[in-house]
Design a protein around this ligand. Structure first.
Ligand code: MOS
Length: 700
């Protein structure tokens, strides 16, 4: 039900467009010193000589920290830490861009200059391992979040008896998050207690990591984060600069502020690893899937073995008696990868959904029909039913809205002058993640309401929708309700990742509101007395209630779904694909605010356009570094690359996922678009591209 309140505009919007939103780096504190890193210029080896005296003597410099004088940091686990090898812990180099010294100085300019005076020479003690293909023998199973492999049925037999088969390898590229706001941390010590102003998606993660590394009780660390200018996963786990800001502030006895320069955004808080995915599909002549094997291998780092589950979505997407998924990672002398919107499922749907398009072509079957034919009513790997799933409606509504039935399946059959026009589609899945969360809600005599929850606003709309959830319960205007968040002194919640905040924190806010309402009703005694009147007459200044949410693992699989349809235009002579239409219909539980939800979905689609056509961080194999550590050599979609985007949700509520019926949507929009674009490019040109982003030369 789309009420006026549910269409509420973002309450933080005006702050952001007027420059009044204070991001971490904008935090105004007196007497700050600045921390700047000198970094390794080689991808592996040992520090042979490290000369810091020039830097130390440079004007305004307070301290130069290296592995020689930084007090030892304790070891960590990942997650919450982004890398488990501690920075500045010894003379070994594991990746290019790794900090070798941290210079602390009075002004940013003085400190940046002094960092350039740190002289380091390296011994190349081992051959750098940079390239995935040359090191496949080093592959290890991916185990960050669960089993590396899965198997149901007999894939070998299924493939053998299949009349139609596809067996291809698909590739995606290394990509960087490129949040507009650079990662930043300000560390402040007071009587042995630490406060971090931190650009983080997980204030409790930052607290845990920094407390462990420095050997102090977590209760002595407070972490605050009011706004994030984008995180997309790069601020999800906790990175060396956050630890080093705190460690340096303790050494120098002053506040230390670290703002990563753009170049260090490319080495120092993760990236999405390139994936190599081999997909084998076997089907009967009538299009019934008999076997699927999806094997993915990705590069990872030596400082931590984060690996992508780049075949994960294939475990749950289609009904099929035999499904195998395999996940491997190869530790290399590279910066550590990390989740990036949308990890795992988002990458899986590149390989699987291009392969499904290839199968449809071989079968001479409509791509949507093929998917409908293999619709999974329950999870084909676990056998559990889905808590809710309206993907059929997504396919049919999407076809209808897009005009799909008019499609002539012959490649190159639609033209507009010199432009070849292609239509492609893909299925979408993204697992539903939830976490423990708690919240407190307080009503004052003037009927104003305050929600307190430690969660972070990373740009997805927490400030806007949490008051709506409380307003619905209390039957008051959301404009009377404020939320404070992003602080470890508030009720504990999880990290803002995995698209989990609405379902988890939203449910805690909902439960707190229910508890407050029942307290108020007791106080009011009769339904016609207003809350404020009841509060006043009771002599209470205000009334508070708490609420919490813990996910229950039941007999269901939880996921969100969708169907996406795109149109591309490819000039015959200069084959640069342009997306001209993009339409998605999603099945994602209850939508709390259609307006902010639409923003999430179309924002995700823009990520998909980037994945399909533009985004690629080139790793230079000899230097072992990402070549372009800035936005001039890494292309992200700009307005000219983005056409009309349409996003729709089917009516759905999922009380199994959460008491508010919501599941979470922050990453869903970024799934499927990459494959749909590749499929549309095939339809336009007859050329099958199996590597993203699609290079124009692949279409020559
Ligand atoms: Mo997201 S990659 O879970 O911040």
């Amino acid at each position: 039900m789309a009420t006026v309140a549910s269409q509420r505009s973002r309450v933080d919007g005006p702050y952001k467009v007027t420059g009044n939103a204070r991001y971490t780096a904008d935090t105004q504190l007196d007497v700050v010193t600045y921390g700047v890193f000198a970094t390794a210029k080689v991808p592996s080896g040992r520090i042979k000589t490290l000369e810091v005296s020039l830097a130390e003597q440079s004007p305004g410099i307070v301290k130069v920290l290296t592995f020689r004088n930084l007090p030892k940091l304790n070891k960590l686990s990942s997650p919450p830490a982004g890398q488990t090898v501690m920075p500045l812990s010894d003379d070994k180099i594991y990746y290019e861009g790794e900090p070798v010294a941290m210079v602390v100085g009075e002004s940013l300019e003085q400190t940046v200059y002094a960092a350039s005076l740190v002289k380091v020479e390296f011994d190349q003690v081992e051959d750098s391992r940079i390239e995935l293909e040359k090191n496949l023998d080093q592959a290890i199973p991916v185990t960050v979040f669960g089993p590396a492999d899965s198997l149901v049925g007999n894939v070998k037999d299924g493939l053998a008896k299949s009349e139609v088969r596809v067996s291809e390898t698909y590739r995606t590229s290394d990509r960087h998050h490129n949040a507009m706001e650079p990662s930043a941390t300000i560390a402040e010590w007071n009587n042995g207690k630490l406060t971090l102003y931190d650009s983080t998606q997980w204030v409790w993660g930052a607290r845990m990591v920094v407390a462990t590394a420095l050997g102090i009780p977590p209760e002595d660390v407070r972490v605050r984060s009011t706004f994030l200018g984008g995180g997309f996963g790069s601020k999800g786990w906790v990175w060396p600069h956050e630890i080093l800001a705190a460690a340096a502030a303790r050494v120098v006895g002053r506040r230390v502020k670290v703002v990563l320069p753009r170049s260090q955004d490319y080495t120092s808080h993760g990236h999405q690893p390139a994936t190599e995915q081999t997909v084998e599909l076997g089907a009967s002549r009538d299009g019934r899937l008999l076997a699927i094997r999806h094997a993915a291998v990705v590069p990872t780092a030596i400082v931590d073995h984060y690996g992508e589950y780049a075949a994960l979505g294939t475990r749950s997407m289609y009904a099929c008696p035999a499904i195998e998924t395999i996940h491997r990672a190869v530790p290399l002398n590279r910066p550590v990868p990390t989740p990036m919107r949308a990890p795992a499922d988002g990458l899986s749907m590149v390989g699987l959904e291009i392969a499904m398009d290839e199968l449809a072509v071989k079968l001479g079957m409509d791509p949507v029909e093929l998917r409908m034919k293999n619709y999974a009513d329950k999870d084909p790997t676990t056998g559990k039913p889905f808590s809710s799933k309206k993907l059929r409606e997504c396919y049919s509504q999407g076809m209808e809205r897009f005009g799909w039935r008019r499609r002539n399946s012959k490649p190159g059959s639609i033209r507009d002058g010199k432009d070849l026009i292609g239509w492609g589609m893909a299925s979408v899945i993204f697992g539903t993640h939830r976490g423990n969360a708690s919240a407190r809600i307080t009503i004052e005599k003037d009927a104003s309401v305050l929600i307190e929850a430690g969660t972070q606003e990373i740009g997805t709309g927490a400030y806007t929708i949490m008051p709506q959830i409380a307003a619905d319960v209390l039957k008051i205007s959301p404009d009377k309700i404020r939320i404070v968040l992003g602080d470890t002194t508030l009720p504990e919640t999880g990290g803002t990742f995995g698209s989990s905040t609405t379902a988890s924190v939203g449910s805690a806010v909902y439960n707190a509101s229910i508890n407050l309402k029942s307290k108020l009703e007791k106080l009011a005694r009769s339904p016609d007395r207003s809350y404020s009147k009841a509060l006043e007459e009771s002599g209470l200044g205000s009334l508070s209630a708490e609420g919490s949410f813990s996910p229950i693992e039941g007999d269901y699989e939880l996921a969100t779904f969708g169907a996406v349809f795109v149109e591309v235009k490819v000039d015959e002579d200069i084959p640069i694909p342009r997306v001209t239409r993009c339409l998605g219909v999603y099945s994602a539980g209850k939508i709390i605010n259609p307006k902010t939800a639409r923003s999430q979905m179309i924002g995700g689609m823009v990520w998909g356009i980037g994945q399909a056509l533009l985004e690629k961080s080139v790793m230079e194999p000899k230097l072992g570094r990402f070549l372009s550590k800035n936005l001039s050599g890494y292309l992200v979609p700009v307005n000219a690359d983005v056409p009309s985007l349409e996003a729709y949700f089917v009516e759905e509520t999922d009380p199994i996922a959460s008491p508010i019926g919501a599941k979470g949507i922050g990453e869903l929009g970024a799934v499927g678009i990459g494959a749909a674009i590749a499929n549309a490019v095939y339809h336009a040109t007859g050329k099958r591209v199996r590597e993203l982003p699609i290079a124009p030369e692949a279409l020559m």
